[in-house]
Design a protein around this ligand. Structure first.
Ligand code: SF4
Length: 166
């Protein structure tokens, strides 16, 4: 299979990419070290037409909405339309009360940690919370809220009873 992987710490923590590679699947992983800018761009595009797209979600509400914030858009695009199958894996630490709390959690907890981990120069990486920046490196540019499964996309959400990602 051609397997796309979003920018997701959770998926990488599972160790599933190594197993899929052992089985000779083609993995579109733009976080692989040593890739050129052009390669990364091509991989991001390929994710959107993969047979299977794997990612996590930034937050899930008690009402069942999935909330994701993206800087480029390949991850959220791939959860809307394109891949033949989408599997989203989330630890229980991603559960929040509602959409408002989801956005607050993403911008004030997940984004600063992500920015630090990826060494992105944005204010939240330094102060630990969102200041609604205008940085050219801003990683919060698109908010996607799934109220229901997009009608032509086969999505499976796997909620795991342990902490995964952030
Ligand atoms: S808007 Fe800027 S400061 Fe706020 S979380 Fe996103 S990148 Fe960080």
């Amino acid at each position: 299979m051609r397997v796309g992987v979003g920018g997701s710490q959770t998926i990488r923590e599972l160790g599933i990419l190594e197993k899929l590679e052992e089985q000779d699947n083609t993995i579109y992983n733009h976080w692989k070290p040593g890739l050129s800018k052009e390669n990364v761009l091509e991989i991001r595009k390929s994710q959107m037409t993969s047979d299977l797209f794997l990612s996590s979600v930034n937050a899930l509400t008690l009402n069942g909405e999935l909330v994701n914030i993206d800087g480029i858009g390949n991850r959220v695009n791939s959860t809307n339309f394109g891949p033949r199958k989408v599997i989203l894996v989330a630890g229980y630490n991603k559960i929040v009360d509602d959409v408002q709390e989801a956005i607050h959690r993403i911008k004030n907890f997940a984004a600063p940690l992500n920015a630090r981990r990826l060494n992105i120069d944005v204010p939240c990486a330094k102060v630990g919370k969102c200041v609604d920046c205008s940085s050219p490196n801003r990683i919060c540019r698109v908010i996607v809220i799934h109220e229901r499964r997009p009608s032509l996309t086969d999505i499976l959400v796997i909620l795991v009873g342990e902490e995964l990602g952030f």
